[in-house]
Design a protein. Sequence first.
Lengths: 421, 313
Amino acid sequence: MTTYSPIERRQRGALRLAALLLAGIGALAWLGRSADPAAKPLPSGPLTLGAAIAFTGNANLYGQDQRMGLAVAERWAQQSAPGGRPVRLQLEDGASDEPSAIAAFNLLIRQGVIALIGPTLSQQAFAADPIAQRQGVPVVAPSNTAKGIPEIGHFISRVSAQSSVIAPLSIDEALRRDPALKRVAVFYAQDDAFSTAEVAIFQKVLAARGLTPITVQRTQLADNDFQTPITSALQLKPQLVVLSVQAVAGGNLIRQLRELGYQGQIVVGNGLNTPNIYPICQRWCDGILIAQAYSPNLNTPINRRFQQLFQQAHGDRPPPQITAQAFTAYQVLFEAIQRLQRRGGLTGVTLGKARANLMTELLSGTYATPLGPIAFSPEGEVLQDRFYVAEVRMDPDGRDGRFALVRQVTLTKSQEQERKP
Amino acid sequence: MIEALLQVVLNGAASGGVYALVALGYTLVFSVLGVINFAQGALFSVGGYLTYLLMGGKIGVNGALPGWGLPAGLPFALALLLAAAGSGLIGLLVERLAFAPLRRRNAEPLLALITSLGAGVVLVNLLQLLMGAEGYAFPPSTNALAGLPAVLVIGGARIRTIQLLLLLISAAAVLALSLWLERSKGGRALRAVAEDATTAQLLGIHSEAMVRLAFFLSGALAGLGGGLIGVSVSLPGPYFGIGYGLKGLAVLVLGGLGSVPGAIAGGLLMGLAEALVPSAASGWRDALAFAILFAVLLLRPSGLLGRRTVEKV
C-alpha cells in the first residue's frame, strides 16, 4: 500500500476536487443544453405558436379583441390548409405590465413555441421583445405601433403600421372639414410609451400643417376623471382636440369634453381604435375622427372570409381593427410555416434552426390579409400602403355605434418614406 | 382670477369628496381592528358593477353570461342603495374569509394585509370573469335622472352636474355616518370597541358583532363610491376601483389613521392639491399629491387630525 506525505495527500485531494468540479460543470452544461428546447430536434407533430396578450390589467380591453382575432384565425387555418403542417396556438396572459409580458414570453419560449405573437402594448414590447431576440424566437406584434419596435432586433416584426404613417391622415381630414382651424388642444397619457410616441408624431404633423397646440395636457393611464385638465384646456377655446390615450381613458375624456361644453372636432389616436369605447363615451363618441389600418369595408376574399368567421362567432357586428391585426399576425406566421414546410426548411433541423428559418421565410413573403396586401421590410417593419379615415357614428340610443369609412388612402412610396420618422 | 380659483375649488372638491368616501371605509376598519383592508378598492369596483346590474344593465359579450340582465331595472337611487348594501355584504364576507381566521389565531396583523390584498385580487378577477373586461355605460335613464343640464356654470366655473351630485351624495353619506357614530347607541358601541375592545366586551358590547358592522359599513361606503363614480365616468373595467382604493389609502394616512374628520379633511386636501397642479404639469398631479402627503407626515407623523398614540409602560 502506497503511503503519501501530507503535502501529496493535499495535492491529490485538490486534484480530485478539481476533477469533480469540472465533471459537475460539464454535466450541468450538457443538461442545460439538453433542457434548452432550441437545441432539440424539431418534433414531427403540430408546431406551437405562443401568444402573450393582455387578459388582465388595464389593457385587457385590447386583449379581449385580440383573443377573438386569434380564435377566428385558428378556425380559418383549419379550413384553409387541411393537408398542411398542423399549428396549435398556446395563449398566455401577458397582462398589462412589463414583468408579466416578460414572464409570459419566457414561459412560452421554454415550452418550445416556434414563434410568438404579442405582447399587447408597445411599452411591454420594449421589455419583452429583447428576450425573444436573444433566444432567436420570431415575434410578430399585432398591436405595437410605437417607433422602434422592429429595431429591437432581427427576430422582431409587426403587422401594426406605426403611428407616423397613420396619424397624419385624421388631422388632414379635420383640416379638410375646417380649413380655418388654428387652435389645437392636445391630450396624451405621459406614462405610456405608445401615447408619448404617437403624440410626438401628432405634434410634428400639426406643426407641418401650420397648427400650433395652445395647450398640451398630460394625463396618466389610470385616470378616469378629467375635469381639471379639460377645464384648463377649454379656457383657451380650442377649435380642435387631439387625443393620444388608451381606450378607456379616451372614452371618458371624450364624454367629459362634450359634457363640459366642447363642440369642436376631436381627432383620436390608435388607442381608441376599438368599439369598446362606445359604451364609455356613448352618444358623445359621435363624430370623432380616427385613422385606421383596417376597414371592414375592404372588399377582398380574405377580408370577407375573416368577417364571415368573426360574425359566426360574435354576431352581426364588424370586427375591430385590433382583432383584424391579431388575425393577421397568426395568418402571416401560419402561411410562412406552410411555405417553409413545403420547401423542407422544417425537416431534420433543431427547433432553434427552425425558428431562424421561419423568420427568414416570414420576412421574404407577401400576404393577402384582411388589412390589405402586406409584406415586411428586412427589419421586420410592416409594409402596408392602404389606410382609412373613419368617423364614429353612434346609434340613436347612444349605446352602440360603428366606425364609418370616410375615405380610403393609398400611400405612394414617396409618401411612405416622407412619413417615416 | 376668482373664476379660475372657483374652478380649482370645484374641481378639487369633486374628486376630494370621493377620496373621502373611500378613506372613511378604511378608517372604520382601521379604528376597530388596527389593520387596513386592502380589498377596499375591489369593493369599490363591485359597487359600480352591482349598481349597473340593478339598474337593468346587461352583461357584455365577453362576460360569463353574455346578454344576461335583470328583467327590469330599478331607479338609480334604489339601485345605488342596494348596491351599497351588496358591497357591504361582500365586505362582510371578506372579513369572514380574510380577517376572522387570522384574528382567532392571534396572527400578526401584517398577515391580514396580505389576505385582504389576496381577497381584493380574487374579487377583481371574479368581476372580470363574470362581466368581461369591457367598459359599461349606465342605462340612459341615469342620465335623465338628474333632469338637469349636463354641465352647471357656477360663478363662471364649469362643473358636470353629475359630479356636483356625486359631491353632494358623498357629503350626505359622510355626514350621516358621522352623526350615527356620534349620536346612536350602535355608533357609540362601535367607537367603544375602537377605543378598547376588551373593556367594551366587559361592558356588554359584542365586539365581534361590532367588527362585522364596521366591515359591512366600510364595504357599503366603497360600494356607494363605486356606484357614483360609475355613473360619473362609466365603468371602465374591473380594475377601476383599485386606483381609487390606493388614493383612499393615502388620504387615510394624510388625515390621520382612524380619524373620521381626518379622512374627510384629507380627502378634500388631496383633491384640492391635485386640482392646483398647473395644466402644464398635469401629468405630475399624483406626484405632487403624494409629496404633500410626505411633507405632512414629516411635520405631523400622526396625520392632519390623527391622535398621537402614547406607548403605555
